[in-house]
Design a protein around this ligand. Sequence first.
Ligand code: ACO
Length: 365
Amino acid sequence: MQIGLDGIIVAETCLSEVDGEHGQLIIRGLPIEELAGKASFEAVAARLWQGLSAKEESVEIVTTQLAQVRKEVFELLAPIVPLAAKLPFIEGLRLGLANLSDQTSIPHHYLVTAAIPVFLAALVRAKAELPLIIPDPSLGQAADLLRMMRGARAQREEEEALDAYLVTVAEHGMNASTFTARVIASTGAGVISAVIGAISALKGPLHGGAPGPVLDMLDDIGTSERIDSWLATHLAEGQRLMGFGHRIYRVRDPRADVLKSVVANLRLSSPLGQQQLEFASQVEHAALAALARHKPDRPLHTNVEFYTAMVLDALGLSRELFTPIFAMGRVVGWTAHIFEQLQTGRLIRPQSHYIGPRLSSAKGH
Ligand code: ACO
């Protein structure tokens, strides 16, 4: 028995290969380095969905459909936003998605994918008591999210950076949230329920909830002189360093390097931003050395969340938005896996090994 299902293969997939020994991530035949910053998020969605959903998917169709559905979702916001805006973003997003109906004629993978940026932008505006901004169908998901949040178009390099981020996190094998989505999908509960379940799994700090705490850690360390002592104290207390370690990767997570170059480009024109990046890099090096001393038998390397935090912070997004924006990228991977799961037609139903009392020892209780 494997508690945590380490190393257990639960599905065949044509969507991605995560090679933990060599630090490679292949998305439907292409390394992540060939996609991030080179293909749009919509192109990657089309790549993932192609041949799996009941619809024909091409970059043009996906881009047009998502833009159209963003407008339709905007019409649904009025009753949801006042309540959802009182909650933390991830809970507000969960509430928004829970209000979508299985009965809608909009294809559900488009609905959930388009809904996330529309809900998030609306929640950002509502929390700040600003009027909501209508989606712009001429834009892609990344550019429109920033525009709907800010009320004006972002700089081109900001839009490109967010787009590259969404591509980088779009799909990653049988991680906890994807597995959750496949389990729910296997019961026939539908795409919307499966995606709500996936978001609930993503929210945890051991999965997609780490990037906000990465920045908290950098803030708490504060200065270069404090790095080594801070790390030593926290590791001695048995705390985990956020943004390090991974169940599959035994070497550096390839997505960390992709995002490091994205943030480096974004920070080019800002001396303060460059200083912050330099500090983060110092912490990263010291943390890797400290982890190697702390757990010499367990290779612990930088994971995607460390530089996710840097990219999203450079875009001026609040820490509480980091996990919901991760969901905005990963939703296309989740939905592609949901289609794949449905094609198997098989309920996921493992077993547990009973270790509780047997009838004889239960007597007298
Ligand atoms: N800091 C300190 N120690 C760590 C870390 C870390 N970041 N990661 C693992 N370890 C330690 C564990 O405490 C454990 O020690 P033990 O054997 O004394 O209990 C040992 O290394 C082995 O760790 P596992 O628990 O087997 O690692 P697992 O594969 O379950 O964990 C995980 C992977 C959850 C990502 C872990 O490394 C972690 O908690 N990292 C910090 C949180 C984080 O960055 N999460 C984002 C992950 S990426 C993503 O999901 C998108």
